[in-house]
Design a protein around this ligand. Structure first.
Ligand SMILES: Cc1cc2nc3c(=O)[nH]c(=O)nc-3n(C[C@H](O)[C@H](O)[C@H](O)COP(=O)(O)O)c2cc1C
Length: 191
């Protein structure tokens, strides 16, 4: 495989989002590992709540095209009420098997509290439902307010764990060229 393309999306629309800042470390890890990286900023898209009767907005098309071009995707989410954010779910709902099937996906969680196991598990299930190939390795920044100092992730070990997610996504970016085809996308018409 030639230079893989990695697309990152962050599920917070907050101006000073820690999730977006944390995603930047993972994207840096992917770039250092040799990928072409693009981050889709959902603030620029202002995606309406997904409506299957009206899913042809320019913003939706842009998102789908960006994910389509990716060999691998890094999804970063803040923890909202014990799960991933509706911002991420809405973005994923615009997509389906066409965008995600057999693609490598890396998951990153950012929490105000403890390590966000449930949020990552929920997101893993959703990605699995569109037949994405979700990396077993996942990364998270718990207690995020104390983790950043002057806009930077202060703990080098934590930084390394996040950058490693980007590296691993690149390492496995070619997986869809190896995996045998699956019948499941024909079975789940909603996906
Ligand atoms: C609606 C909402 C619900 C939240 N629920 C949780 C939660 O259940 N567990 C937790 O650890 N943090 C929770 N938080 C804190 C966020 O995970 C934390 O502030 C994170 O930094 C937000 O991401 P952002 O900085 O990218 O906007 C919640 C924040 C919001 C806005």
């Amino acid at each position: 495989m030639q230079t893989p393309t990695v697309v990152g999306i962050a599920g917070s629309l907050r101006q000073e989002s820690f999730t977006r800042r944390t995603l930047a470390y993972a994207m840096q890890g992917a770039e250092n590992a040799g990928a072409k990286v693009t981050t889709v900023d959902l603030r620029d898209l202002s995606l309406p709540v997904y409506n299957p009767d009206d899913d042809l907005s320019e913003e939706g098309k842009y998102l789908k095209a960006a994910i389509n071009e990716a060999d691998a995707i890094i999804i970063a989410t803040p923890v909202y009420h014990g799960s991933y954010s509706s911002t991420i779910k809405n973005a994923i709902d615009y997509c389906g098997f066409d965008e995600f099937e057999n693609k490598t996906v890396g998951l990153l969680g950012v929490a105000g509290g403890r390590f966000p196991i449930t949020a990552l598990e929920h997101l893993r299930t959703v990605c699995r439902s569109v037949n994405a190939w979700v990396l077993p390795y996942q990364s998270a920044v718990p207690r995020v307010r104390g983790a950043f100092d002057n806009g930077e992730l202060a703990d080098p070990e934590l930084r390394e764990r996040v950058e490693t997610l980007g590296e691993k996504v690149v390492q496995y970016a070619a997986i869809r060229h190896i995996e045998p085809g699956s019948f499941e996308s024909q079975e789940n018409v909603g996906g």
